[in-house]
Design a protein around this ligand. Structure first.
Ligand code: AMP
Ligand code: GLY
Length: 423
């Protein structure tokens, strides 16, 4: 079959690498893709938000299956447009992608269906938000309602900071229209775990767990980023935690969406916090995580295309989802200065090394081909991933592999997976 992947990051590279292993795939395209994805798919210069062009391309090439990797086109309704044109597409429709697209919606859903999450209030009026904050407990968390590249969350230590935060989100519109509405939420403490799952509208099958490192600097310092590295599985995601989440969170979310007339098909990403009171939902995403996908998909034993088709067809109950009994660690190589400002266009050396070693992957995030040379083209440049028999071995392997690659302003965290040592 002919497959079109929509997106251009490390996640889409991981999806393409996984899909390429399927005997069902004869030809793959990626829009817009990047220099690494070229290895598996023909990249076409159409942006992920250029719906008309994407649909026209899919029709012209008789695409049999479209996989939408990114949040923006999902929330914007690309799946609906593709389906209207008769293209089989993997991902939630617009009315279901709202699970990620509106934090106010997802909080209300959790409240209505008794899914454990932090206490909160939604606000559309900045004065009302500030009045509420006057009697609130600190620290407190402010969240822009809409998509903000994972950056629309502010943790405020006192009233002054929070008041400023309300202005940043709702008046200055730092995150654009994402800040038309805002969630103010109780601050929780605990370990974070990411659990991705496949969903076919009724059935949900969770993948192996992972943990992201969102802050830019070592020791969880600095600004929030899209993610600086991941490990999988999370040793903190115990059998008990899994059982609790299965009983109170996973199926409950799928059923809640169905009950609301918003049948969810695709990937639900549960951002969980393991609090003293038990696991609670921090956030939902309506897609694979990035860089979570880079440690989860390489460990998946199933044929990705088969699982994706089962989600579309509503036959996921017949799939036996299996993961390797090992571990993987991904260290993101970024451009110095990310997530604020950084230079790009530097040549990248050493990429060929990854073809010589089994169990090592270099997923491209921000790269492009320029005059026959792969150069940096973004804040997050590469996701260097390695497997190992356990987390410690995977981490040592991944950090060793980060040395294979060189570019001028290469930056990475040195403590990805450090939490493993506490187990
Ligand atoms: P989100 O985009 O909602 O996952 O938020 C980004 C990050 O902010 C999370 O990964 C947490 O580290 C942090 N965060 C979000 N909500 C809370 C909360 N209620 N309490 C503490 N930290 C939070
Ligand atoms: N790594 C977090 C995300 O994909 O949202």
């Amino acid at each position: 079959m002919k497959v079109l992947i929509v997106g251009s990051g490390g996640r889409e590279h991981a999806i393409a690498a996984s899909a390429a292993k399927s005997s069902k795939v004869e030809k793959m395209y990626c829009a817009p893709g990047n220099a690494g994805i070229e290895e598996f798919a023909e990249c076409v210069p159409i942006g992920a938000m250029e719906f008309e062009k994407l649909v026209a391309f899919a029709k012209e090439k008789s695409i049999d299956l479209c996989i939408v990797g990114m949040d923006d086109p999902l929330v914007g309704g690309l799946v609906d447009e593709m389906e209207a044109a008769g293209i089989r597409t993997f991902g939630p429709r617009k009315n279901a992608a709202i699970l990620e697209g509106s934090k106010a919606f997802s909080k209300d859903l959790m409240k209505k269906y008794h899914i454990p999450t932090a206490a909160y209030e939604n606000f559309t009026d900045p004065d009302a938000a500030i009045a509420y904050l006057e009697t609130a407990k600190f620290p407190i968390v402010l969240k822009a309602d809409g998509l903000a590249l994972g950056k629309g969350v502010l943790i405020c230590q006192n009233f002054e900071e929070a008041k400023e935060g309300v202005c940043t989100i709702m008046l200055d519109k730092k995150f654009g229209t994402a800040g038309n509405e805002m969630v103010i939420e109780e601050f929780m403490t605990g370990r974070e775990v990411s659990v991705l799952s496949f969903v076919d509208g009724k059935t949900i099958k969770t993948m192996t767990s992972a943990q992201d490192h969102k802050r830019a600097g070592d020791g969880d310092t600095g600004l929030n980023t899209g993610g600086m590295g991941t490990f999988s599985p999370s040793p903190f995601y115990t059998k008990e935690v899994e059982e609790f989440c299965s009983e109170h969170i996973y199926q409950a979310t799928v059923d809640a969406m169905a009950a609301e007339g918003r049948e969810f098909k695709g990937v639900i990403f549960f951002g969980l916090m393991l609090t003293e009171e038990g696991p609670k939902v921090l956030e939902y995403n309506a897609r694979f995580g990035d860089p979570e996908a880079q440690v989860v998909l390489p460990r998946m034993k199933n044929d990705l295309i088969e699982v994706v088709e089962a989600c579309i067809d509503g036959t996921l109950d017949q799939v036996d989802l299996q993961f390797e009994d090992n571990a993987a660690v991904c260290v993101v190589l970024a451009s110095e200065g990310y997530p604020v400002s950084y230079e790009k266009g530097f040549p990248i050396q050493g990429l060929e090394e990854f073809n010589k070693h089994e169990g090592y992957y270099c997923f491209h995030a921000g790269t492009k081909l320029q005059d026959g040379q792969i150069v940096t083209n973004g804040g997050r440049v590469l996701g260097v991933t390695a497997k190992g028999k356990d987390l410690k071995e995977a981490r040592a392997n991944a950090y060793a592999a980060t040395e294979w690659v060189q570019f001028e302003n290469k930056y990475m965290r040195h403590d990805i997976g450090k939490a493993i040592d506490e187990v």
